[in-house]
Design a protein around this ligand. Structure first.
Ligand SMILES: NC(=O)c1ccc[n+]([C@@H]2O[C@H](COP(=O)([O-])OP(=O)(O)OC[C@H]3O[C@@H](n4cnc5c(N)ncnc54)[C@H](OP(=O)(O)O)[C@@H]3O)[C@@H](O)[C@H]2O)c1
Length: 246
């Protein structure tokens, strides 16, 4: 298992999964939306078009653990398409951990899209352990809406784009109060702009990618958003940073 140390606030060596879960807890009884991203030292969000190319086993370890306490894992359609997501199914240890806490075995996967270019026959839907949610706009193409409604619950909010604040209300009404998002940049931009992002887990990969067009935000926010450092973890030369909104 990839070793992860804490260097701030209290230094600690070789954190266990339980330490990491405690360290990254979402506040109980409170709605919370956090984002998880990886960036190179010079701000690139991808290597050869994908985020996975930037990561290492320590980043992957934390990436997986961050899903454990989530009621819902939220994803932009672009990331689902490019990173070729399949069904969101946690491993046995995660399922045990959740069931011990009275949680359902798996979080719900929620995909955000206005064009609905999502394949209802993909494993994201057909192999899902829990019926996924598709978050879209009322003006989305009706045939695609109908096809996806066969395999997912549909939430419609907003006008041209999904309204992040109203979407979070809709999710909370379904008991999905702890939202963990794996991106991507357009989703992050629009959710930051709407003021609904509470925290950011950012892995700083120890490499310089050079020229890139992709950063971890796109299309927003309109004004800078201040964040406060909550913890710093380290895996060799990589930093795993946790920020919460000011
Ligand atoms: N470094 C990292 O940690 C990280 C994480 C995730 C992704 N990525 C990378 O980011 C790239 C993808 O970027 P992206 O900006 O396309 O990702 P994205 O935010 O996941 O997807 C954008 C798409 O999501 C939908 N969307 C997002 N916000 C929306 C809103 N408010 N209302 C309605 N629809 C919304 C739209 O889908 P439709 O087009 O279907 O309408 C939009 O085209 C990939 O290369 C991926 O590898 C990097």
């Amino acid at each position: 298992m990839a070793r992860i140390d804490r260097i701030w606030p209290e230094p600690a060596s070789d954190l266990s999964d339980d330490d990491l879960l405690e360290q990254t807890r979402m506040p109980e009884g409170q709605r919370w939306l956090r984002m998880n991203f990886i960036s190179s030292l010079d701000g690139a969000a991808t290597h050869e078009g994908r985020s996975g190319g930037l990561g290492d086993p320590a980043d992957r370890r934390l990436f997986e653990l961050l899903r454990w306490p989530a009621d819902v894992v939220l994803l932009g359609a672009g990331t689902a398409r490019i990173e070729e997501y399949d069904d969101l199914r946690l491993d046995d240890a995660a399922v045990r951990w959740r069931e011990e806490r009275g949680m359902p075995p798996h979080p719900v996967l929620a995909l955000v899209s206005r064009r609905l270019e999502l394949d209802p026959a993909s494993p994201v839907f057909t192999d899902a352990p829990v019926r996924p949610i598709v978050c879209t706009v009322p003006s989305a193409p009706p045939e695609r809406h109908a096809a996806l409604a066969e395999v997912a619950d549909i939430i419609e909010t907003g006008d041209e784009y999904v309204d992040p604040a109203r979407l979070c209300d809709e999710l909370a009404d379904r008991g999905l109060r702890h939202v963990h998002s794996e991106g991507g940049p357009s989703l992050f931009g629009s959710f930051l702009d709407a003021g609904v992002v509470d925290a950011l887990h950012l892995t700083l990969a120890p490499r310089v990618e050079g020229e890139t067009t992709r950063r971890i935000t796109a299309h927003g926010p309109a004004a800078p958003v201040g964040m406060r450092l909550a913890s710093v973890l380290r895996a060799e030369s990589e930093l795993l940073l946790h920020y919460v909104r000011e």
